[in-house]
Design a protein around this ligand. Structure first.
Ligand SMILES: Cc1cc2nc3c(=O)[nH]c(=O)nc-3n(C[C@H](O)[C@H](O)[C@H](O)COP(=O)(O)O)c2cc1C
Length: 190
């Protein structure tokens, strides 16, 4: 389940949630929708096939929370007993850090709150990802932009080969350009 700025996030964070019923106000109330969705989809697929991405420092779509540390700690603790496949934590990007004084880095701060498989994401390189794994900050690191730009990313990491640079102009649309036309290593070598 993706999260950043979408419906579940809009319920969770008090920058968007203005409700006065049992889904608004306290952290417990704002987290209710998220936890109910997790319970509902887990009852259909099994919790071990459900994961959720949490983005405590995302500012996209104007998202914010007056106390992200308390809000997301509550959610992570509540999810710790849900036996999910994973929780995915997103680090802020450069725009988030320019927009506001956001929590950074997110993963070491929240790691102690979650007893389960944690994936961290956001601005990692091969080197910083390995460092975070060796440090026990997360069980897994995921890559967005580099995977988009490198169809053979694991192979390139294995060989310590140079990476194709992501082309920001082609993000979020514009047909197959920037989605299916980044070259594989052997095409670069030719
Ligand atoms: C083209 C593009 C589309 C994305 N769409 C979503 C999305 O729909 N939901 C989401 O949670 N994250 C989305 N992301 C964010 C990525 O999942 C990831 O968190 C982000 O790119 C940071 O990781 P990175 O620095 O390795 O790219 C998108 C990223 C890119 C580049």
């Amino acid at each position: 389940m993706a999260h950043e700025g979408y419906l579940i996030d809009q319920f969770l964070q008090d920058g968007s949630n203005q409700r006065t019923d049992e889904y608004g106000g306290s952290i417990e109330n704002r987290a209710r929708f998220l936890l109910e969705v997790i319970a509902a989809v887990s009852s259909v697929w099994g919790a071990d096939r459900v994961g959720i991405k949490l983005s405590p420092s995302n500012t996209f779509y104007g998202m914010f929370d007056s106390n992200p540390q308390a809000t997301f700690s509550y959610v992570l603790e509540a999810l710790s007993s849900a036996n999910l496949a994973y929780v995915h934590l997103m680090e802020p990007n450069e725009v988030d850090m320019k927009n506001r004084d956001v929590l950074h880095p997110v993963t070491p701060l929240f790691r102690p709150r979650y007893q389960g498989t944690l994936i961290s994401n956001g601005n990692y390189t091969y080197e910083t990802a390995n460092y975070a794994l060796a440090n026990g900050e997360a069980e897994l690191i995921s890559f967005g932009k580099f995977f988009l730009a490198n169809p053979d990313l694991p192979e390139r990491f294995k060989l310590n080969a140079p990476l194709n640079e992501p082309d920001f102009k082609t993000f979020y649309g514009s047909g197959e350009n920037g989605y299916t036309d980044y070259p594989f290593l052997e095409q670069v070598a030719r």
